[in-house]
Ligand binder design. Sequence first.
Ligand code: SF4
Ligand code: MG
Length: 310
Amino acid sequence: IEGFQKGVPRWCSGCGDNAVLAALQRLLRDEGLRPEKTVFVSGIGCSSRLPHYMNTYGFHGIHGRALPVAEGVRIARPDLNVFVNSGDGDCFSIGAAHWIHAIRYNMKMVVMVHDNQIYGLTKKQASPTSPRGTRSNTTPQGSFLEGLNPLTVTLGVQNVSFVAQAADWIPEVLYAILQAAFNHDGLSFIRIVQRCPEWMPDNFEPWLHDPSRVQLLHHEGMPAFSSGLASLYPTRLDHDPSDIHRARELASQHDPIPIGVLFHDPTVPRYDELVRAETTHSPAAVRQLLDEEFDRFAVVSDGEGGGVDD
Ligand code: SF4
Ligand code: MG
């Protein structure tokens, strides 16, 4: 395709997705994750192109369905490191039911939602998180409702175990959050505030250009901020991420925006572990059962336009 180079991400210049990709590539290197033991799963949207740019296994799925695919991978291949990249339209609209249940299942995986508050790939339609008044192809007079707060929703789901908020333009904290998320024993949910200079060029400008409107969270276990970061962002907050009530308060806060790990409970049970403990079937035996079911319901052609056998 004219204008695009093989192997070079097909994202606009200045797109926040580039920062997420760079942080992930660094994480895989630093954690020593083997490509054949790592899989990136995505849905549909600009951010969902990310698996194409990782030197690992990848599954570029269908709209809103990244999470059930990732859950299947987690159950069938417990030896793999599972990462999910989704967008605000993909996860919070068509995929909303999967989002709620994935949080509740708490299977071990890192879930990143690149939230640019717009449908970018399809050229600007309002998404569930678009701020009120957003003018778009589907809301030419401006969207009527306040945007959905994905953090408060996630923190309201039973069995939630890890919730964080990152911003693409603060790579040091983005990386520290990804590292904490990867080392969490359950589902890590990260909302990444992501710039879309193509369709929402002014969206996060106030937070980008005025560091006093960003509140960095710090707690035990997180690496110390570099001196450059600490001097740039003076409004640091010492936070106890085991306190879910405080986490919910922070999640409701828009300005200054809290960036860091809001909530962390490593004791929440994991559905994938419970299933494994309860079942007498090995992952291979489960796969064989699924293959047999698939064959039983397979669609076969009868030579006259097809039909269902069975
Ligand atoms: Fe990034 Fe927006 Fe361009 Fe998509 S349209 S690649 S989200 S800047
Ligand atoms: Mg989006």
